[in-house]
Design a protein around this ligand. Sequence first.
Ligand code: FES
Length: 322
Amino acid sequence: MSQNPVSSGTPADAALRVDAKVVVAEGVVALTLRHPTGRRLPDWAPGAHIDLVLPNGLTRQYSLCGDRWDAHSYRVGVLREPSGRGGSAYVHDELAVGDLVGVGGPRNNFPLVPSQKYLFVAGGIGITPLLPMIRQAELIGADWRLVYGGRTRTSMAFREELAAYGDRVVFLPRDERGLPDLPAYLAEATDAKVYVCGPGALLAAVEKCCADWAVGRLRTERFVPKDRGAPLRNEPFEVELARSGLAVTVNPGATVLDAVQAAGVNVLSSCRGGTCGTCETTVLAGAPDHRDSVLDDDERSAGDCMLICVSRSCSDRLVLDL
Ligand code: FES
């Protein structure tokens, strides 16, 4: 995950120092972060991301793409987004080796489940969460393959690292090879768990091919929120905060998160777009209208948690564990 939209005010769990900043492809830099005193950093697993709280006040989420067994450094890859709101531009143009950045997390909404066989599909900067998964798959001796598409060869980050895996990796620069033949790659992936990360068009194309697959075989991570269409209801609804003993009304156009925070209840949030998982909240009663891009189908139908920055209510009343 990376380059999520708006966010601000995320508390950082630690201040880490930029230890290295390296150009790893056209428009992509890799940052290595360490604790200023050399202290050990919290553990993480493949698929995890951190919040980067930048000195200019912006917060962005980036997938950890380094070595999970290195307890003293984190690595993230940052794509310059010309149409972004300034987070990636700051990282590329201002952030320097030696600077301190706030870091929240790690959190993991995209965990690697055990399997003997994996197909990884990456588009552009979507390679970042897949790099540690590939290392893990290699470590456990799983049968795996990576299909990695990008605009041009020079725009595809971490090519040298991946080239070391030989035939397991298929590089598909679009200007040389055209669009990947996804139906063919997916048809070959019998019995594999499939992990996909990249632009919305890639995810939509893979989801279309896999529409009749068993739940849980395909796992995706999004840079930008999935279009969920209009909310299921347009009327205001009530939210009862069980621990605080408060009740708030959520009007059309406002979010549950806004209403809860306006009532003075502190809830951690980050992307505010339903993609990072930070605001996940337990639902004690009522039927959520899930509008996030994080929960899987099982979690949605269970209805016992929701991402309150974007999700709403199907029922007149929700009771949250807040
Ligand atoms: S704050 Fe990111 S999912 Fe809600």
